[in-house]
Design a protein around this ligand. Structure first.
Ligand code: ADP
Ligand code: MG
Ligand code: ZN
Length: 562
């Protein structure tokens, strides 16, 4: 028995050794015990159920949320010589019944099935008459409303299992490690004293970096020029941006291709293959790209925009360096990204089938996640430890392999600046956004400053000696520390946060860890002469509603968010 799993590992999958966690999971499943496997993307969760599936005498059903994922896995299994099939809405009725009848004959030890199929008459009558040894639930976080991709159809799994004459072993796998989601999976899927395995989320070969460049495209171009022979993915938040960035790269002579949900199946397949086989080593894509794609030598993942939460970020960034070689994960942040994400949260059509109360909860949850994601961009602590702490793991305070660990920081007394910021927010009645507040303090002369008569505000020019980037750093840190909050009503107004009292207390002092000031700041000098607006740090200078209008137009063109 013990050797059999090694035989299968070698024979069908071509590997000699198991990775962390795999062998224990396989042994537990073979002994008949339920399993909850929490392992990061790329850890090798599929083998954990595929190998037992080939050892059990009965059939294994694998429940998976995505058609493309099922197809890829079944294709890979078939190529490895394993009889496997999938049953989902991509099959014609004829194909479906053909596959089902072969399943009835016992042709397939592994059948991938869409959750929506489980309770249909045809599938159910097959299942109750078959010998189902195991139900493996892939991407099991889909059962949880607290998970990031809740699928109501995943709730049917339990009902399905209860209809089977003999309860199969149930194995659930996910890359989402938060406690709430883990608890939901155990409870909703009714796992019986499961063996829970959590393998490390740390990917030590990945270098994490956060930047907020004025010109994102120039930054990307520069990076690619310096890494000409490497394969990488550039994630953008919208289809429009994918088109734009990919177009520019091609015009600038790079072999780039694109992927988003607005392209035909055919084109997506071609572009994906071009990327995988290095005909186009650079992939520009929305988050529609990546699930189930296994390209081991992706050397960098650049996020052109900040994604909506840390789960998405880590999953996408984690597509770099699957071969274990050192790789870079670079996030290009701008304030606009927060606005775009907030718009997506407020207009998330995935939530439409939920009742109002649940919708409200889901929105609050997503807002909170967005905040945590934003803080990742602001933090001056080790980025890796921030990620690991987010996923409930202990991370060392210093990893030496992220942009923050490589930046020199100093402990600074910023009491004066912090109090001036608070005073400015107060004297303008907590009515304005970040740029107006910082521009006022900096004494900038922008259209908005004039429009709101901020040059008459007592705080005007109060911090004119503090460099713009410094002011922004201090402001961001005040957000992270909860002294301030941004309103989440779509206008990102600066408000007082829960800890504002501590800041306003007369004898309070505020210390912050800030990047050591550089000797030479030529750009800064230039802008100081002109009293450049602090908002120069974000991309746009146009009114918010105009941006929102553009976004709406784009959304209207899309049936679904990517
Ligand atoms: P996950 O579902 O956890 O994201 P996958 O199951 O898709 O990960 O596996 C990711 C990659 O790791 C695949 O290419 C797979 O073949 C490979 N892999 C899995 N187990 C092993 C192993 N024991 N040795 C080497 N490669 C493995
Ligand atoms: Mg997987
Ligand atoms: Zn670090």
């Amino acid at each position: 028995m013990t050797d059999e799993k090694y035989d299968i590992l070698k024979r069908y999958f071509g590997y000699d050794t198991f990775r962390e966690g795999q062998e224990q999971v396989i042994d537990e499943l073979l002994s008949g015990r339920d399993v909850l496997g929490v392992m990061p993307t790329g850890a090798g969760k599929s083998l954990c159920y595929q190998i037992p599936a080939l050892i059990f005498s009965g059939i294994t059903l694998v429940i998976s949320p995505l058609i493309s994922l099922m197809k890829d896995q079944v294709r890979a299994l078939n190529e490895a010589g394993v009889h496997a099939a999938y049953l989902n809405s991509s099959l014609t009725q004829g194909q479906y019944y053909k596959a089902l009848s072969l399943a009835v004959e016992g042709r397939y030890p592994i059948i991938y099935v869409a959750p929506e199929r489980l309770l249909t008459d045809s599938f159910l009558s097959f299942a109750v008459n078959a010998d189902i040894a195991m139900v493996a639930v892939d991407e099991a976080h889909c059962v949880s409303q607290w998970g990031q991709d809740f699928r109501p159809s995943y709730l049917k799994i339990t009902e399905f299992i209860e209809k089977l004459p003999k309860r199969p072993v149930v194995a659930a796998f996910t890359a989402t490690a938060t406690k709430e989601v883990r608890g939901d999976i155990q409870n909703i899927l009714m796992l019986k004293t499961p063996y829970v395995v959590t393998t490390g989320f740390d990917r030590s070969n990945l270098f994490f970096q956060v930047e907020s460049p004025k010109d994102k495209y120039a930054e990307v171009k520069n990076y690619i020029e310096q890494h000409p022979d490497e394969s990488g993915i550039i994630y953008c938040l919208t289809r429009k941006l994918v088109e734009e960035v990919c177009g520019k790269l091609i015009r600038d002579g790079f072999r780039a291709t694109r992927y988003h949900a607005g392209l035909s199946d055919e084109e997506r397949r071609i572009n994906q293959d071009d990327f995988i086989y290095d005909r186009s080593p650079i992939m520009v894509a929305t988050n529609a790209f990546g699930m189930g794609i296994d390209k081991p030598d992706v050397r960098y993942v650049i996020h052109y925009n900040m994604p909506k939460n840390m789960e998405s970020y880590y999953q996408e960034a984690g597509r770099a360096g699957r071969d274990g070689e050192s790789s870079k994960c670079i996030l290009l942040y701008s304030g606009q990204d927060v606005i775009t994400n907030r718009f997506f949260i407020e207009n998330n059509q995935d939530n439409e089938e939920l009742d109002d109360a649940t919708q409200e909860l889901v929105m609050q949850r997503d807002e909170e996640r967005l905040r945590q994601m934003t803080f990742y961009c602001f933090t001056h602590d080790c980025l890796r430890s921030y990620i690991l702490r987010y996923f409930g793991e202990y991370g060392a305070a210093y990893c030496g392999n992220c942009s923050n660990c490589l930046t020199e920081f100093e402990e600074k007394d910023v009491t004066e600046e912090a109090k001036a910021i608070a005073e400015c927010i107060n004297s303008s009645h907590q009515r304005y956004g970040v740029n107006v507040i910082l521009d006022t303090l900096h004494g900038a002369n922008t259209a908005k400053i004039r429009q709101y008569h901020m040059e008459e505000n007592p705080s005007y020019g109060k911090l004119s000696k503090v460099p713009a980037y410094r002011l922004r750093q201090i402001f961001n840190e005040l957000l992270v520390q909860d002294y301030l909050r941004l309103s989440d009503d779509g206008y990102t107004i600066v408000k007082f946060g829960p800890r504002i009292g501590e800041l306003l207390a007369q004898d309070s002092t505020i210390q912050m860890k800030l990047p050591k000031e550089q000797e030479k700041k030529p750009k800064e000098k230039l802008s100081r002469k002109r009293k450049a607006p602090v908002s120069g740090l974000t991309e746009e200078d146009q009114p918010l509603f105009q941006k929102l209008r553009e976004l709406r137009t784009e959304i209207a063109r899309r049936e679904k968010i990517p």
